[in-house]
Design a binder for this molecule. Structure first.
Ligand code: SAM
Length: 206
């Protein structure tokens, strides 16, 4: 998976590739889909949600340029797969999920893998996690209509944010870096995510 789906597409961030190789993706998919766990595709994880395509997880993680000393906020815990990749790479991960069943399931999987540098919160991640801010990196794993305002202000100076932005028909992965002149944003290409549902995102039922 790492060689043929990620490195072959030009993503060469050595620490990110090593983290992908270290996390057993089959532990994060429903038992009935274990045979497809290493496919080049997103997969359903229940409650209408998905575990993202391995390459997309790698791309978003590399976009944060993660350092061992970083504190990173993830919005959309889902299965916990991206959380586990981040937990391998940085000092502490703060992850928010709106669906309690998914958050609890992810916490159980990471605990079973011995990953104990993660804080879990159930709630609306479009509000961020202000009492733990600022973050060196923020990754949103669901599509928002725009970069949620509360997240942009919870970024540390020099920090990086990756957010899929768009509607159900067209989304782009936006990456922002907070510099002296404000948030410099560029697009990393098209993507497809489930919607971010929240106060600074899409309304319930979207
Ligand atoms: N990163 C996940 C993984 O590796 O399995 C994939 C996440 S899935 C594509 C998007 C997740 O975002 C879903 O679990 C969904 O419930 C969650 N979500 C949507 N809106 C949210 C919000 N406002 N706050 C927190 N989580 C949200």
């Amino acid at each position: 998976m790492v060689r043929t789906q990620v490195a072959a597409r030009g993503l060469r961030h050595a620490r990110v590739l090593a983290a992908l190789a270290a996390v057993p993706r089959h532990c994060f998919v429903p038992a009935a889909l274990r045979d497809a766990a290493y496919d080049d595709a997103p997969l359903p994880v229940g409650y209408g949600q998905t575990i993202s395509q391995p390459y997309m997880v790698a791309l978003m993680t590399a976009a944060l340029a993660p350092r061992r000393s970083d504190r990173v906020l993830e919005i959309g815990t889902g299965s916990g797969y991206q959380t586990a990749i981040l937990a391998h790479l940085v000092k502490r991960v703060y992850t928010v999920e709106r669906l309690p069943e998914l958050s609890r399931g992810a916490a159980g999987r990471l605990a079973a893998l011995g990953l104990d540098n993660v804080e879990y919160r159930i709630g609306d991640g479009s509000l961020g996690w202000s009492d733990a801010a600022p973050f060196d990196g923020i990754v949103v794993t669901a599509a928002a209509p725009a970069i949620p305002g509360p997240l942009a202000v919870q970024l540390a100076h020099g920090g990086r944010i990756a957010v899929p932005v768009g509607d159900l028909a067209f989304q782009e992965l936006l990456v922002g870096v907070l510099g002296p002149g404000g948030l410099a944003v560029h697009a990393e290409g098209g993507c497809r995510f489930v919607p971010l549902i929240g106060r600074h995102a899409f309304p319930e039922g979207f």
